[in-house]
Design a protein around this ligand. Structure first.
Ligand SMILES: N[C@@H](Cc1c[nH]c[nH+]1)C(=O)O
Length: 411
């Protein structure tokens, strides 16, 4: 029997874990400073919950069959589970804003499992539930930019769109070509768009939508020229105000304006968004990775409310693997796991108990002191020293049977 992990699964070894934790800790500190509390939801959910009324494509889910609970699946993301958990917990009590964060693994079926496509990923993120409007939008955008600052990532772009506005701007297109128009715009395929079977008027509209991306100050005047109805105007105004607030508040980021792009053709993989949507992308130098994404979803919580009552929500997640790669390439992560501070060596076989007692004393220090026992009986003292040097251990404590240590600095 070959004990290989299944394709798409991945083990993280100690150095990977140490680097991952250092990223997560820095982000967690930012979340705590903003008053967010951690939530942990189940890895397994009912398939129906995970699909969130069709917002998440069933074919991307990893499914499991349970005799009692029917069809279950592994979570492909956390927003839906957090929406479900919060609605169940809050019940009928009056809603106050809930600030929640998470740090968890998610599972997505890879189209190429045969070639080992990754299926398990790590995400950390926030959900701000029960609060709609521009200030909540701005809070989440500011929090996101502070996360990037905390990680010392300077070269990023924040691409902002508006899911509700994009959807309504596409409504005039007949259903049979709408998804093609959407696809061509999202994939920057201008030629494809020009060749779709559209009337002259609709083609012009499609090309206009295609151009709705760039610096906010350039794009807003073009959108304003479209014949917008009142809800569309309101969505546009909200978007403008949130971006304006971001500019006013985030003075710590030099040239903030150059980081922000508006893209009214931005379409997210998950289809539960109703308002502002966004993606943080790293610079082309690092292969343009999507470091995080999110947006507003004001109709998701209603799916889990017994009375169908809606509550607003907005959030984002950061993709740990992508952050990890960027930070590695920029040399911003530890290159080795932390070495032990002490190697405790029993001088004779009778000294083992005394050595354990001394090691415990060292570990009791208020600062973290890493202490490891020497487990081998080596021929010479020099071999012990060589072992300590190899493992970057700073000091050796030779302990005799009476428990008396002799400390030697080796590194
Ligand atoms: N759950 C989304 C990100 C998100 C968090 N909150 C809102 N959106 C994702 O995995 O892409």
């Amino acid at each position: 029997m070959v004990h290989q992990p299944p394709s798409g699964a991945r083990d993280l070894l100690p150095l990977d874990v140490a680097q991952k934790i250092s990223i997560e800790r820095r982000l967690q500190q930012v979340f705590h400073r903003w008053g967010y509390h951690r939530i942990i939801t189940s890895t397994l959910e009912r398939l129906e919950t995970l699909m969130a009324g069709g917002a998440i494509d069933r074919s991307t889910l990893i499914k499991l069959q349970d005799a009692e609970d029917g069809e279950l699946g592994l979570r492909p993301e956390l927003t839906v589970a957090i929406a479900r958990a919060t609605v169940m917990r809050m019940g009928k009590t009056p809603w106050q804003p809930q600030r929640l964060y998470y740090n968890a693994n998610v599972f997505r079926k890879s189209p190429d499992t045969h070639s080992g496509g990754q299926q398990e990923f790590y995400q950390t993120g926030v959900e701000l539930l029960g609060s709609g409007g521009t200030i909540a939008d701005a809070e989440v955008l500011l929090l996101l930019s502070e996360c990037l600052q905390a990680l010392e990532i300077d070269d990023w772009h924040l691409v902002i769109g508006e899911a509700g506005l994009t959807a309504t701007l596409l409504e005039p297109f007949p259903l049979n070509v709408r998804s093609q128009v959407r696809g061509a715009i999202a994939n920057l395929d201008r030629i494809g768009l020009e060749n779709l079977p559209l009337s002259t008027e609709l083609r012009e509209r499609a090309l206009l939508l295609f151009d709705l991306r760039g610096r906010p100050e350039d794009v807003f005047p073009i959108v304003a020229k479209l014949d917008l109805d009142l809800p569309q105007q309101a969505a546009l105004n909200n978007l403008k105000s949130a971006i304006e607030l971001l500019y006013q508040c985030q003075s710590k980021i030099p040239n903030l304006k150059s980081h922000i792009h508006l893209d009214l053709s931005l379409i997210q993989t998950f289809d539960y968004y109703t308002g502002i949507v966004f993606e943080v992308v790293s610079s082309p130098k690092t292969g343009q990775r999507v470091l995080g994404q999110g947006g507003r979803y004001d109709r998701l919580l209603g799916l889990f409310d017994p009375q169908g009552q809606n509550h607003p929500g907005i959030g984002f997640c950061l993709n740990i693997e992508d952050l990890h790669q960027i930070l590695l390439s920029e040399g911003l992560l530890a290159k080795e796991t932390p070495a032990s501070d002490f190697l405790v060596v029993p001088q004779t076989s009778e000294a083992a108990a005394a050595a354990f007692v001394y090691a415990r004393k060292l570990r009791e220090s208020s600062d973290l002191v890493r202490v490891e026992m020497d487990l081998e009986s080596r021929e010479t003292l020099e071999e012990v020293r060589e072992y300590a040097r190899d493992r970057r251990i700073a000091q050796i404590a030779w302990v005799n049977a009476e428990g008396l240590p002799t400390i030697e600095t080796v590194n």
